[in-house]
Write a protein that binds this ligand. Structure first.
Ligand code: TYD
Ligand code: MG
Length: 454
């Protein structure tokens, strides 16, 4: 008989400690640590690991492409048989819609696809499918929440290409007392289903809700046991949605797929830059277009800045779609190195359209928008901006200059403000034809080039 040994697991973040604590040292949550017992392997089981050479050949990973290009690309080319994908996102963002569209598309290709919902009845799913024009797809539906029902069915199913579980938070493992959606349940059910996918050779998709602050226990605990993690993001007030790959054992991470939520479901957006810039008005002070990069994909978006006299007390710094800390740094650099004054003013910064930008390359566009707002001088409406700003005001290199310029040229922009280009080999690559480049070494150059005196 293996001996039982206990350990203490934080139910909020999954951290394991050898003793009970009132507060988890890893995530800071109070009263979240619970004792769990786990069996200990008996010693001396024989071993017998077989090692192989690193240089060995393998067959290329087979892919099951849905035909929805934005999804396939984010997955790295399609679903991989015998692997598990986690799709996380806020409730109501469109996870079920996306998975229904993907599952129905695969089923239409003649593949066996199972859609198991713990949230909606087949009647509700059929209603949605009709609205999406998918009702003729030979997709197989079931409503279930008991793992005791689902697991044996999947174990006995052969030849399924894709199994969708919507959502992992609704499943219940009968051996556990904790409620559905709790960390223990989510982890146990996830583990069981992933094992079934590996054995059964089907691609498994686990849909999982995340709350705004990411506090829900489930997804974090699942991330390490699945092969790929995609997050579906977007602002409910806006129509477009971003599917972002944050982990992928079979492909590149940081890929994005862009969709638009319409009355007839999610439509692919092949040209996101055009969508993000659709409502831009030229000739307004405080706006600058950033030539950004999402994964391998260049995306243009508008940065908007607004200054207002502060209403007393400490001035407000309000940021949407960018890091507040980075805005504070840029304001400090603009004050210290360029002599601009922002104290006594409220500063509002917005990445138009609801996109979230993580790239430091956005610094130069944000600086341009701020300078433009402070001086009341619009930036050149035909120009894009990119470059990282350092603490002394210097403009630093960023990756993929050519891809950014090409995207800008494609959308009709005619010039770019960018870091000094380092010649690679003999010379820097030529810009697209008819495209003017303004190289910026320091923020004060940017002020001068925008026609603002510091
Ligand atoms: P849903 O896929 O149910 O979200 P999740 O599974 O992530 O909770 O999407 C729900 C929202 O999408 C809902 O508010 C209505 C909207 N929607 C559309 O706008 N058009 C459509 O065709 C569908 C099916 C949903
Ligand atoms: Mg749903």
């Amino acid at each position: 008989m293996p001996k039982e040994r206990s350990r203490f697991v934080c139910q909020a973040c999954g951290a394991v400690t050898p003793k009970w604590l009132g507060r988890c040292e890893a995530c800071g949550e109070w009263n979240s640590i619970i004792e769990e017992t786990r069996p200990v392997l008996p010693a001396g089981n024989g071993g017998g690991l077989v090692f192989v050479d690193l240089a060995g050949e393998d067959a290329p990973v087979a892919r099951v492409a849905t035909g929805i290009a934005e999804l396939d690309r984010t997955l790295g080319g399609g679903f991989v048989p015998a692997s598990a994908v986690l799709i996380g996102g806020d409730p109501g963002i469109g996870k079920s819609t996306l998975m229904l569209q993907a599952a129905a598309a695969l089923a239409r290709q003649g593949k066996r696809v199972l859609y198991i919902s713990g949230e909606e009845s087949p009647a509700q799913i059929r209603m949605r499918a009709r609205r999406l024009g998918l009702q003729d797809s030979p997709l197989q539906l079931a409503a279930a929440t008991a793992l005791a029902e689902i697991a044996p069915t999947l174990a006995a199913t052969s030849e399924a290409a894709l199994v969708v579980i919507d959502s992992i938070q609704t499943l219940r493992h009968d051996a556990l007392d904790s409620p559905p959606g709790s960390l223990t349940q989510v982890r146990a059910c996830g583990m069981e289903l992933v094992k079934l996918a590996k054995n059964g050779g089907f691609a498994l998709t686990l849909v999982s809700h995340v709350t705004k602050d990411g506090t829900l226990a489930g997804p974090r605990a699942l991330e390490h046991m699945v092969d790929a993690v995609l997050y579906f993001e977007g602002d409910r007030g806006h129509q477009f949605r971003i599917l972002r790959g944050v982990k992928n054992r079979f492909g590149a991470t940081d890929e994005i797929g862009v969709f638009e939520m319409t009355e007839r479901g999610l439509a692919e957006v092949a040209n996101p830059s055009a969508l993000f810039l659709a409502e831009r008005r030229g000739n307004i002070a405080g706006s600058a277009v950033f030539a950004g990069l999402e994964g391998t994909r260049p995306v243009l978006m508008e940065v908007q800045a607004l200054l207002a006299p502060d209403s007393g007390g400490s001035p407000r710094r309000s940021v949407l779609g960018w890091e507040p800390g980075r805005l504070a740094m840029l304001l400090a650099v603009l004050e210290a190195r360029c002599g601009l004054k922002f104290s006594g003013q409220d500063v509002f910064l917005n990445i138009a359209g609801g996109l979230k930008v993580n790239e430091p390359a956005a610094d130069l566009a944000v600086a341009a928008a701020l300078i433009s707002a402070a001086s009341g001088t619009p930036t050149d409406a035909g120009a894009v901006f990119f470059g990282e700003v350092g603490l002394s005001g210097e403009i630093r290199q960023v990756a993929q200059v050519e891809a950014r310029l090409k995207e800008a040229a494609k959308l009709g922009f005619r010039s770019a403000f960018l870091p000094r280009r380092l010649a690679r080999g003999n010379r820097a690559a030529a810009p697209p034809e008819g495209f003017a480049l303004t190289e910026i070494g320091h923020l004060s150059d940017l002020l001068a080039k925008l026609g603002v005196r510091s």
